[in-house]
Design a protein around this ligand. Structure first.
Ligand code: URA
Length: 175
């Protein structure tokens, strides 16, 4: 199942401008999963095109892993009002789409707590989980999940960029 532009599976459809479809290389072995579209993404219908996207692009480039070579998506494809975290019900409604996007990927980097929680299916305390790879199974296929901080966290803590860099390097060792 893929996201559709007129999806009505949850209440986020009432406030969105655009469904934010995944971007990048559809056959990439590596996927990045963010939390949810923000205002810029909602406007453009593209993931990670605002300030967080700028940080993500910069780190990818620095690590020689260009945005066009990886797959980029979000736990939910529509912007939650006021940029709040998506609820469990919203993430559950979008999970069949997310799973079909991620099925068969080798490495999945989750960006932030919501994405890690969605795919690990349990509460997550980021400082205990970041850069500790886990094996997960998506539709019967194994993948490595690497929990990473969300790029937006780097606005408040300079060390976060180094940590995300480490997540990207870590991911490459599985390719
Ligand atoms: N933050 C996210 O989690 N996803 C986006 O697409 C943009 C910002």
């Amino acid at each position: 199942m893929t996201a559709s532009k007129d999806c009505r599976r949850c209440a986020l459809c009432t406030g969105r401008t655009n469904v934010v479809m995944p971007e990048g290389d559809p056959s990439s072995p590596i996927a990045f999963v963010g939390e949810a579209p923000g205002a810029k993404e909602d406007e453009a219908g593209r993931p990670f095109v605002g300030l967080s996207g700028r940080v993500l692009n910069q780190l990818l480039e620095e690590e020689g892993l260009y945005r066009s070579k990886v797959f980029i998506t979000n736990t939910v494809k529509c912007r939650p009002p006021g940029n709040r975290e998506p609820t469990q019900a919203e993430m559950d409604a979008c999970l069949p789409c997310l799973e079909s996007e991620l099925e068969g990927r080798k490495v999945i980097i989750t960006l932030g707590r919501s994405a890690a929680r969605d795919l690990l299916k349990r509460p997550v305390v980021m400082r205990d989980e970041v850069n500790r790879p886990r094996k997960i199974t998506i539709r019967g296929k194994d993948a490595i999940l690497i929990p990473a901080y969300h790029p937006a966290a780097s606005f408040y803590n300079r060390k976060v960029k180094d940590s995300i860099r480490e997540s990207i390097r870590n991911a490459r060792t599985y390719l």
